[in-house]
Design a protein around this ligand. Structure first.
Ligand code: MEV
Length: 323
């Protein structure tokens, strides 16, 4: 048997703007996806016969992404992530599945996490009409605090570069890790799920449409770029007060791109008195918001009172791993 775990992610700054080459800062969260597989007489998933038409995503990961041609498999998947909610559940699934397959097929070879991130990115792009940044897959595979940007960013540790041809032209991204200072142990990320799933592809296409109809909205992207740089600087020196301010500002700019909604705004407002900062996270239109706080229980309560589902994560978690 082979088993692997890959974490989900939460974007602190730069969602949507990163699709256009601006930087984004994402953090691997504690919760993720666990995949265990073993060779079997017939294809099975979750104790039932595996029907590729019912599991097109799994089938795509197995055959198109990882070109698995071996014996039938018995697959078990356990996810702690809300899906289509901005937490990178499909990236985590693809990384965990890839890592488990790697262990099964090449038990003595070291897992190549950069290759996993690149493969997962091309799958995300295929699912998002050709517009996807490598943020989710890179954060889930590398773990920690990951910076994805069209340009190399000083003060971070460069890990790899990647590119994609999108409908708006070729994009290249540099992926690096930010080293966070001591003192992150008593700061928490509290995620609040609105209860509404929202496919990333639709939200990304909506922003592309907005930018073509209202080209001046590109200024919002430039403002998010400035906030992301400022937020990252504050994060790197452990100035969490300023990180929170940048998160609040980022939320306002995402609102003006039309990707927030009433439930996200309600959850964000509800937690602000107990948080350093709060914003929607990921593609928006539903999905999750995130708060940075020293009072995770109080923030969770506020999320519940406002009608959301809370989930607490420590600030830094490891990337994909074979178990
Ligand atoms: C990713 O979780 C969120 C978006 O920035 C899309 C992407 O980066 O591919 C909206």
């Amino acid at each position: 048997m082979a088993e692997a775990f890959a974490p989900g992610k939460c974007i602190l700054f730069g969602e949507h703007a990163v699709v256009y080459g601006h930087p984004a800062v994402a953090i691997a969260i504690e919760q993720g996806v666990n995949v265990s597989i073993k060779k079997s007489e017939e294809w099975m998933i979750g104790g039932k016969k595996f029907d590729p038409s019912k599991h097109p995503h799994i089938s795509h990961i197995l055959h198109d992404l990882f070109h698995y041609k071996g014996e039938p498999l018995k697959i078990e998947i356990q996810s702690q992530l809300f899906s289509a909610a901005g937490l990178g559940s499909s990236a985590a699934l693809s990384n965990a599945m890839g890592a488990a397959l790697h262990k099964l097929v090449n038990p003595n070879e070291k897992l190549d996490v950069i290759k996993l991130a690149k493969l997962g990115h091309s799958a995300e792009a295929a699912a998002q009409e050709g517009r996807a940044s490598p943020t989710d897959t890179a954060t889930s595979s590398l773990g920690g605090c990951v910076v994805v940007s069209g340009e190399k960013i000083g003060g971070t540790e460069h890990i790899f570069d990647t590119e994609l041809v999108t409908p708006e032209g070729k994009r290249t991204w540099s992926i690096s890790k930010a080293i966070l200072p001591e003192g992150v142990e008593d700061i928490w990320l509290i995620l609040g799920f609105t209860g509404v799933a929202s496919p990333t592809g639709k939200m990304v296409a909506g922003v592309a449409d907005l930018l073509s109809r209202e080209p001046h909205k590109k200024d919002v992207m430039n403002d998010i770029n400035e906030i992301t740089h400022r937020g990252l600087k504050a994060l790197s020196v452990g100035n969490f007060g300023d990180v929170g301010v940048a998160m609040n500002e980022c939320h306002e700019h995402l609102r003006s791109l039309g990707v927030s909604n009433e439930s996200l705004d309600r959850l964000v407002e509800a937690v602000r008195p107990y948080s350093l900062g709060a914003k929607m996270t990921g593609a928006g239109g539903g999905g999750c918001m995130v708060a940075l706080s020293k009072e995770p229980q109080r923030v969770s309560e506020q999320i519940e009172i406002a009608g959301g589902i809370p989930m607490i994560s420590k600030l830094l978690s490891k990337g994909v791993r074979v178990l």
